[in-house]
Design a protein around this ligand. Structure first.
Ligand code: MN
Length: 145
């Protein structure tokens, strides 16, 4: 099977979805599910794209993400570090690491993200979590929630 790239980071017969249906702690982000699991490989390969000024949800969960920056650049919080990220960078988001992606330039930030199909739901930060995160000045300057 091949899923042809059509144009402009859209693939044939792959619907453009809302990033998340159930929260609004994010801004200007779309989701395409490129591969939706196989019996011997129960994972999903998704492509997310964050428009300039947008960001993903600040969240944590038990499941792991493998991420490949695919378009443009921006910044990512992974655990206790804020990284500048750019095309072709590969990122592992470990279990229970706080994470958030932001398109900080005037171009989009697109990334591929691999996850298990069976996974726990993301947890959003409480005020206490935010206070702890904000003890680090880099993180305090970065996070949006
Ligand atoms: Mn996540």
């Amino acid at each position: 099977m091949i899923i042809r790239h059509n144009e402009n980071y859209k693939w044939d017969n792959i619907p453009m979805l809302a990033y998340k249906e159930d929260t609004n702690c994010f801004k200007n982000i779309t989701r395409q599910v490129l591969l939706d699991g196989a019996p011997a490989l129960p994972c999903q390969l998704r492509y997310f794209e964050i428009a300039p000024g947008g960001y993903s949800t600040l969240e944590q969960h038990e499941h792991v993400h493998f991420v490949v920056i695919f378009r443009g650049g921006g910044k990512a919080l992974v655990g206790k570090e804020v990284y500048d990220v750019q095309e072709k960078d590969v990122i592992e988001i470990p279990s229970f690491a706080w994470h958030q992606f932001q398109a900080t330039s005037d171009s989009p930030l697109g990334f591929l993200c691999l996850v298990n199909i069976e996974r726990d739901r993301p947890r959003l930060p409480t005020e206490e979590d935010l206070n702890l995160l904000r003890q680090d000045s880099n993180i305090a300057a970065f996070i949006k929630s």
